[in-house]
Design a protein around this ligand. Structure first.
Ligand SMILES: O=C(O)C1=C[C@@H](OP(=O)(O)O)[C@@H](O)[C@H](O)C1
Ligand SMILES: C=C(OP(=O)(O)O)C(=O)O
Length: 425
């Protein structure tokens, strides 16, 4: 297995352009496919999760061309559901491909198998399948109930009224929302209980609007969508930078000293993870914003006790930043860290403890105490890109850090370590 050793480093400086958003890239690819007309997508993310979506679309007969090292995609829309009637689709560990495609494939006709990496087969999808079945879909679990692989025998989705659970992943609701305009009649979706990761629903609604579909949002408790619609291509669409990917660079400046300006996300962003900068600011970092950029500078960092359910991905960056603050930090309401690329609550706690920190791993929270005497250890990354990226920040302590399997960042950020090295000194 490869590893990379970083630091010890003392400063983080510079300006960077952050690659395109994973969440927006995969949403836009799917909506462009369902839409009428040709869409030119710019600043598309070039990473594993997007490649899984593109490969699946190709298998499904979608015509597109990639230029500019995969960052520009010109895609011919179907003006309706996908038209191939048989496919076996491998979706890696990309939640933003697996969940939305499960719903979208039900819209057409035919037989489709959806599967992924072993971890994908441990990530739940039952709440989405239950709702799709209630709308007339025929979906079978090929191994374990509630988990991929799935076999879909598609024959369109009915409208009417359906409920969906939102307490494990917002991606289930996102998947239903994106497919709803192509259902046979109007649909009302009722959210059953708590809705986690709510800002991702705003990303979904925003993307749908760019493709000409409005959703009536009844305070995130219910959504009403007209059936039998056709998405319309906006012609050209640019993917904004990835706000979760920006978090590591902003944290680096907040910890290390120096100033980092990240271009591609800012006050105009639709991604909830831009709010990561507000958390850093609350901890004591100096943050400034423009419409399409955010900058961070070091401040005296204090620990924080906060519900971070709204920024589940960027919250992981706070867990390692916490080591450099005064006083403990508690990140709350993050149970679903356990059902992502790995059990992130266990993995973060285990690796932070290896460094010598005092950590409490709760069922749905983590408390991290600062530590001024971290040990040089090799961090296991559990095939989780965010573990690799979060722990790179340890290089700004008094010790070096070794990151095992750094290539796992290819899920969302293949160029991470070269950009990291370009800003750190
Ligand atoms: O809809 C999306 O693009 C995402 C939603 C979030 O997942 P959950 O809703 O499962 O928390 C997030 O963690 C994931 O990286 C991307
Ligand atoms: C949870 C994540 O990915 P996915 O889209 O596969 O859910 C993530 O990128 O942190």
């Amino acid at each position: 297995m490869n590893s990379i050793t970083l630091g010890p480093l003392t400063s983080a400086n510079g300006e960077i352009q952050i690659p395109g958003s994973k969440s927006l890239s995969n949403r836009i690819l799917l909506l462009a496919t369902l839409a009428k007309g040709t869409t030119k997508i710019t600043n598309l993310l070039d990473s594993d999760d997007i490649r899984h979506m593109l490969n699946a679309l190709k298998e499904m007969g979608v015509r597109f061309s990639l230029e500019d090292q995969g960052q520009t995609c010109v895609l011919e829309g179907n003006g309706g559901p996908l038209s191939v009637n048989q496919a076996d689709l491998f979706l890696g560990n990309a939640g933003t491909a697996m969940r939305p495609l499960t719903a979208a494939l039900c819209l057409g006709q035919g037989e489709f198998r959806l599967h992924g990496e072993p971890r994908m087969h441990e990530r739940p999808i039952g709440d989405l399948v239950d709702s799709l079945q209630a709308l007339g879909a025929d979906i079978e679990y090929q191994k374990e109930t509630n988990y991929p692989p799935l076999l879909i025998k598609a024959n369109g989705l009915n409208g009417g009224e359906v409920s969906i659970k939102g307490n494990i992943s917002s991606q289930f609701l996102t998947a239903l929302l994106m497919s709803a305009p192509l259902a046979k009649s109007d649909l009302r979706i009722n959210v059953d209980g708590e809705l986690v990761s709510k800002p991702y629903i705003d990303i979904t609604l925003h993307a749908m609007k760019q493709f000409g579909v409005n959703v009536e949002n009844l305070d995130y408790q219910a959504f009403v969508i007209k059936g039998n619609q056709t998405y319309q291509s906006p012609g050209e669409i640019m993917v904004e930078g990835d706000a979760s990917s920006a978090s590591y660079f902003l944290a680096a400046a907040a910890i290390a000293g120096g100033k980092i300006k990240v271009h591609g996300v800012g006050t105009e962003s639709v991604q909830g993870d831009v709010k990561f900068a507000e958390v850093l600011e609350k901890m004591g970092a100096k943050i400034t914003y423009g419409p399409t950029w955010v900058a961070a500078e070091k401040g005296e960092l204090n620990g924080i006790d906060m519900d971070m359910n709204h920024i589940p991905d960027a919250a992981m960056t706070i867990a390692t930043t916490a080591l450099f603050a005064e006083g403990p930090t508690t990140i709350r309401n993050i149970y679903n860290w356990r059902v992502k690329e790995t059990d992130r609550l266990y993995a973060m706690a285990t690796e932070l403890k290896k460094l010598g920190a005092n950590v409490v791993e709760g069922d749905d929270y983590i408390t991290v105490e600062p530590c001024s005497d971290l040990q040089h250890v090799a961090i296991d990354t559990y095939n989780d890109h965010r573990i690799a990226m979060c722990f790179s920040l340890i290089a700004f302590s008094n010790t070096a850090v070794t990151i095992n399997d750094p290539e796992c960042t290819s899920k969302t950020f293949p160029t991470y370590f070269s950009l990291f090295e370009s800003i750190s000194g």
